[in-house]
Design a protein around this ligand. Structure first.
Ligand code: DP6
Length: 324
């Protein structure tokens, strides 16, 4: 049976960077995120005896390394369903891939829901989140709705994501400023392997539980200013950790710094906007809906960028549209 799923990417306010189990993708700490309404992956999967081997087409391309990762994931699904069937997988993003746009999050979330439906596995939301996590850690947060917490857990069964607030809970936006498309040089999987070489990492882990409690409380209170300050500090901490990894990782580019400095300038002029950054150079601007127009007016004056406006959205869902 064919099945199609649509999954949103998500932006982490408190980040996942480091694993205590590489294979199971168990994170060294929990994380908090929001699903993004306009960064979507649509994936159709069909397990059938008519396929002699897995046929995988992602964004109309065949990429050996990426396809291997998808095949390994399909093996996991087959193992769970006790099946030998091969599959055809066609997947499309509505946004440029990589460059820290969490394409693996929406990609593996969509693949999880479409593949399990196609092979006839009936999993709970929790089980889907666990399986998505094994594909790509951040993908587990794209399964539930709205604002999401990924519990660190101490084994595979206890490390999954759950919704902490629904979609319409808080009308904040993530306006992604994009200036780099295409693949980044160091993937987030590879970058994370270096985290333990970073002197700041131990310090981060000492504070991380408090940070998670604080951000949850600020979201609960809808205290945008203190929330924004903490989100921004978290992003800078992540990039400081990357910078002093051995060898160092530098995802930021001159344009990233230009946008960061513009954000600080706009804030000093009274506009309430903050930034966060993933494992790439593009910058996510976090603002309240009431300030969208003012911020977009400013972005339109900057050369060489594009932007995508995202509100909080639902998690991964099945749809009747098929890509083949
Ligand atoms: C910086 O989920 O892409 O975006 O589990 O190895 O696939 P793997 O890593 P991935 O890492 C995401 C890192 C991040 C922070 C975050 O989304 O929490």
């Amino acid at each position: 049976m064919k099945a199609t799923a649509i999954a949103p990417a998500n932006i982490a306010f408190i980040k996942y960077w480091g694993k205590k189990d590489e294979e199971l993708r168990l994170p060294t700490n929990g994380s908090i995120s929001m699903n993004l309404s306009n960064l979507l992956t649509t994936t159709t999967v069909e397990f059938s005896s008519k396929y002699k081997s897995d046929e995988i087409l992602i964004n109309n391309k065949i990429d050996e390394k990426e396809n291997k990762r998808v095949e390994n994931f399909l093996d996991k699904v087959r193992q769970m369903a006790k099946s030998n069937l091969r599959a055809k997988v066609v997947s499309e993003n509505n946004f440029p891939k990589s460059g820290g746009l969490a394409s693996s999050a929406s990609g593996f979330a969509a693949l999880t829901v479409a593949a399990t439906a196609s092979i006839g596995l009936n999993l709970s939301k929790e089980e889907l989140s666990i399986l998505a996590r094994i594909g790509s850690g951040s993908a587990c947060r794209s399964i539930p709705h709205g604002f999401v917490e990924w519990f660190e857990g101490n084994d595979s069964q206890s490390s999954f994501a759950q919704s902490i607030h629904p979609v319409d809970y808080w009308n904040i936006l993530d306006i992604i400023v994009i200036f780099q498309k295409g693949d980044k040089k160091i993937t987030s999987t590879d970058g994370q392997k270096l985290v333990k070489t970073s002197l700041f990492f131990k310090e981060r882990l000492n504070n991380i539980k408090n940070k998670i409690e604080n951000i949850k409380e600020l979201i609960k209170q809808k205290d945008f200013i203190n929330f924004g300050e903490l989100v921004e500090k978290e992003a800078l901490e992540l990039h400081a950790i990357m910078l002093i990894s051995d060898p160092p990782i530098l995802y930021l580019q001159p344009k990233s710094i230009e946008i960061i400095q513009a954000v600080w300038q706009w804030r000093s002029e009274g506009l309430s906007v903050y930034f966060t950054i993933d494992a790439g150079p593009n910058i996510h601007l976090i603002c309240q809906e009431k300030d969208q127009k003012q911020l977009v007016d400013k972005l339109q004056k900057i050369k060489g960028i594009k932007y995508i406006v995202n509100s909080p959205t639902v998690g991964t869902r099945l749809t009747k549209k098929y890509l083949f």
